[in-house]
Design a binder for this molecule. Structure first.
Ligand code: IDP
Ligand code: MG
Length: 140
């Protein structure tokens, strides 16, 4: 079986712009299932753990501040190869370079800030997905 789960976040920019439904629509239209969903404003402790791979990078603190600036929607999705599949739906990290047709390419842009605001997060490997689901949904 290649069924996977991935942790998706609609980031504070996406939430504030009313794009949560559009992101969920694309996930469901692709054929992935929603397993769990919660709206919350994450605290810095949780974000420091979530983004631990980026500790020490110049955008680390701006990223954590941005992610704690308002509500996010945390979602666990499920489906065969959904980790890779959601990354393809999301598009490149830089929303200016992200291809049209992707979430970041269609809905994101550069706002000239210290951190790229790019609508969504998606786990990048099975190991990351397991770790991140444990951070956001320890009950799963
Ligand atoms: P990803 O979200 O596409 O996996 P990562 O490299 O894991 O990208 O970076 C996490 C987040 O940090 C990105 O989604 C983006 O919001 C921000 N970020 C990454 N690289 C940069 C950068 O070079 N400048 C500003 N922000 C960045
Ligand atoms: Mg990443």
């Amino acid at each position: 079986m290649t069924t996977e789960r991935s942790l998706v976040l609609v980031k504070p920019d996406g939430f504030a712009r009313g794009l949560t439904g559009e992101v969920l629509r694309r996930i469901e239209a692709k054929g992935y299932r929603l397993v769990a969903l919660q709206v919350l404003t994450p605290d810095l402790d949780r974000l420091h753990v979530h983004y631990e791979e980026h500790v020490g990078k110049p955008f680390f603190e701006p990223l954590c501040e941005f992610m704690s600036s308002g509500p996010v929607t945390a979602v666990v999705i499920e489906g065969e190869r959904c980790i890779e599949g959601f990354r393809a739906l999301a598009g490149a990290t830089d929303p200016t370079a992200a291809l049209p047709g992707t979430i970041r390419g269609d809905l994101g842009r550069d706002w000239g800030r210290k951190v790229q605001e790019n609508i969504v997060h998606g786990s990048d490997s099975p190991e990351s997905a397991a770790r991140e689901i444990g951070i956001w949904f320890p009950e799963l």
